[in-house]
Write a protein that binds this ligand. Sequence first.
Ligand SMILES: NC(=O)c1ccc[n+]([C@@H]2O[C@H](COP(=O)([O-])OP(=O)(O)OC[C@H]3O[C@@H](n4cnc5c(N)ncnc54)[C@H](O)[C@@H]3O)[C@@H](O)[C@H]2O)c1
Length: 216
Amino acid sequence: MDTVIVTGGASGIGAAIVRLAGEQGLNPVVWDLSPGGMVVDTRDRAAVQAALAEVGPARYLVNNAGPASSSALGFGDGLIGTAGSVELVTSAWLATNPPDGAAVVNVASVAGNLVGTDSAWYSAGKAAIAGYTRHLATRIAPRVRANAVAPGFIETPRMAGFADSPLGRSLIERNPMRRAGRPEDVAAAVLFLLSPAAAYVNGVLLPVDGGWTVSQ
Ligand SMILES: NC(=O)c1ccc[n+]([C@@H]2O[C@H](COP(=O)([O-])OP(=O)(O)OC[C@H]3O[C@@H](n4cnc5c(N)ncnc54)[C@H](O)[C@@H]3O)[C@@H](O)[C@H]2O)c1
């Protein structure tokens, strides 16, 4: 059974990825700050390396963990929490020589490359994840494929109540799909990008936003 490491897998989008991965016959391993799987801070190199040694060979990696854009972080710490942790985990995983057919999917955001947000470090960090994904795609293929998803507004615990706010309502009204995204919408895209069905898909940033960005 192939293992998929899902960072931030205890909540929201990550938890949906874990559920779908299990349904599709993978062995999902959760790394999160919250208990429920392995407690691993993705910014902590020693913790990541210890967890990798415990997990053993993992064919798939999903870099989903990251701070909420509302977190009170300075620019440097924000970049470390978003893009820095993705690079740290990916480099450590690559050093384990993942098996043939390996793939990584990084969770960026429409706030990175497609729209602006109030948080400087969140937009910059998510854009950096997309750039890092393109870097990986050109450097580690054909051994490993690297892709990213850019979710729009997805209803997860960190977004609780947002759908009922004036901004949340306006985002939903302006979305061609007339609803917010669900964690399962993102999970389906991530599992597709990991799967052999995406064997020739490498280096994309796939928006999962109901068509919101193209309708602006
Ligand atoms: N919800 C949205 O609207 C939305 C939109 C675009 C992108 N995203 C991205 O999707 C990802 C998941 O977000 P979510 O909405 O499911 O959030 P969430 O808060 O429901 O879950 C995030 C999980 O990541 C964990 N986590 C945070 N920092 C960590 C760290 N350093 N090490 C290990 N685990 C850590 C948290 O403990 C939590 O369980 C994030 O990268 C987020 O930026 C979310």
